[in-house]
Design a protein around this ligand. Structure first.
Ligand SMILES: [Zn+2]
Length: 343
C-alpha cells in the first residue's frame, strides 16, 4: 500500500514537472525577432572606436574621479546631456534640461546637490511603456591625492549607454522607431550608496508601473580572473528573479547576435558577494520592475586609481553592449508587454 501511494505521488509529481517544462518551452519558442537583419544593422553601429571616445572622455583626469556633487562630476553630466542634445534625443517634458536634481538632503553628509540625467526616445505604439537602460555616472573622486578614474567603473557603462542611444536614434531616422519608449538613465551617487537610483525610483519621472524593465550596466569593459582563459563572457544577475520571460529574452538576444558565455554564477541567491543588492537595478527591482544587471566581475584594478582607460578591452565592451542593445530592442518592440512574472 505504501509503495503504491509513493508511486502515485511520483506520477503526479512528474506530470506537474512536465507541464512546467512545457510552459517553459512554449515561452522560449515564443521569443523571436521579427527581422534579425534589421536588428543587426543597428547593433553594428555600436563601435569600439566610438565607445573609446566616450570612455576616455568620462574617465579622464580632468574630471577628478567624478565624485558626486563635485565640479568634475557636474562637468561629466554636462558632457552626457550635451551628447543627447547633439543626437536630438529628447529630455522628458517635465525635465527639459535632462537633469533630475538629487538634493543633498538625500545624500550622505558633506556632499553637494547632484543630478540624474534622463533622455528618451518616444515609442510609436506604446509610448507610455518604458524600457530603461541605466548606468551610474559618478565614481570615487580623489583619495590621498590620487585620481580614481573609474574607466571600467563605470566609464564602460556610461559609454555603452551613449552608444546604444545613438544606435536607437539612427534606427529611428531610418523609420524603425521602437514601439515602446526607451529611457537612458545616468544615475548619480551610486558609489556612496545607490542614492541616485533610489531617489529616482522614489520620485519617478515616468510611472514605475509602466516601467517595463531596467537593464543596468556597471562595469562591462574588463575581464575578471575567473575568465582569464576565455574572455568571451558576461555575468547576468537578476534576470530570472522577477520575470522568467526577461531571462529568456537575454538568452535569445545572445544566441541570435553575440554568442557570449552568459555566466550566472553571481545570480545565485546564496552568493556571498550579494551583487544583486549592490548596483542601481536593485532600486527598480524593489519596486517590482524586472531587471538585469550586466557585469564583468571584479579585477585587480576594481576601486583603485589604476582603473584606467588603457586597460579596457574595447572589442569585448562592444560585444557586451550589443547584447544589451539587442535585449532592449526585443523588449521595446515585442507586440506584448514583457510578462513580469515567474513561470
Ligand atoms: Zn559601479
Amino acid at each position: 500500500m505504501k509503495v503504491l501511494v509513493a508511486s502515485a505521488l511520483i506520477l503526479v509529481g512528474s506530470c506537474a514537472t512536465l507541464r512546467h517544462s512545457e510552459k517553459i518551452d512554449n515561452l522560449k519558442n515564443s521569443i523571436s525577432y521579427d527581422d534579425e537583419a534589421v536588428v543587426r544593422k543597428y547593433l553594428n553601429t555600436i563601435k569600439p572606436d566610438e565607445l573609446k571616445i566616450h570612455l576616455e572622455e568620462v574617465s579622464s583626469d580632468k574630471y577628478n574621479g567624478r565624485m558626486t556633487g563635485e565640479e568634475g562630476h557636474n562637468q561629466v553630466c554636462d558632457y552626457i546631456r550635451n551628447y543627447y542634445k547633439s543626437q536630438d534625443i529628447k529630455a522628458p517634458d517635465s525635465h527639459p534640461d535632462y537633469y533630475q536634481k538629487v538634493p543633498k538632503n538625500v545624500l550622505p553628509d558633506n556632499l553637494n546637490d547632484s543630478q540624474n540625467i534622463i533622455a528618451y526616445i518616444e515609442g510609436s505604439e506604446f509610448p507610455d511603456e518604458y524600457v530603461f537602460i541605466s548606468a551610474h555616472s559618478d565614481h570615487e573622486g580623489i583619495i590621498d591625492g590620487e585620481i580614481y578614474n573609474g574607466a571600467d567603473d563605470n566609464g564602460s557603462g556610461t559609454a555603452a549607454v551613449l552608444e546604444m542611444a545613438e544606435a536607437f536614434s539612427i534606427a529611428v531616422e531610418d523609420g524603425y522607431r521602437p514601439k515602446r519608449s526607451i529611457v537612458f538613465l545616468h544615475v548619480t551617487a551610486e558609489e556612496v550608496g545607490l542614492h541616485g537610483s533610489r531617489y529616482y525610483s522614489n520620485n519617478p519621472i515616468f510611472p514605475i508601473e509602466n516601467t517595463v524593465s531596467n537593464l543596468n550596466i556597471d562595469m562591462i569593459g574588463r575581464v575578471d580572473p575567473r575568465h582569464e582563459d576565455d574572455e568571451n563572457y558576461i555575468y547576468l544577475i537578476g534576470s530570472d528573479r522577477i520575470s522568467t520571460e526577461l531571462h529568456f529574452i537575454a538568452q535569445k538576444a545572445n544566441s541570435a547576435f553575440t554568442h557570449l558565455n552568459l555566466d550566472y554564477k553571481y545570480n545565485d541567491e546564496n552568493d556571498s558577494n550579494r551583487y544583486y543588492y549592490r548596483s542601481d537595478h536593485y532600486n527598480f527591482a524593489v519596486k517590482g520592475v524586472p531587471v538585469i544587471f550586466f557585469f564583468n566581475g571584479e579585477h585587480e584594478d576594481y576601486t583603485k586609481p589604476t582603473d584606467t582607460a588603457d586597460k579596457i578591452n574595447y572589442s569585448l565592451l562592444t560585444k557586451r553592449a550589443k547584447l544589451i542593445f539587442a535585449t532592449a530592442w526585443y523588449i521595446a518592440n515585442s507586440n506584448e508587454r514583457l510578462n513580469p512574472e515567474i513561470i
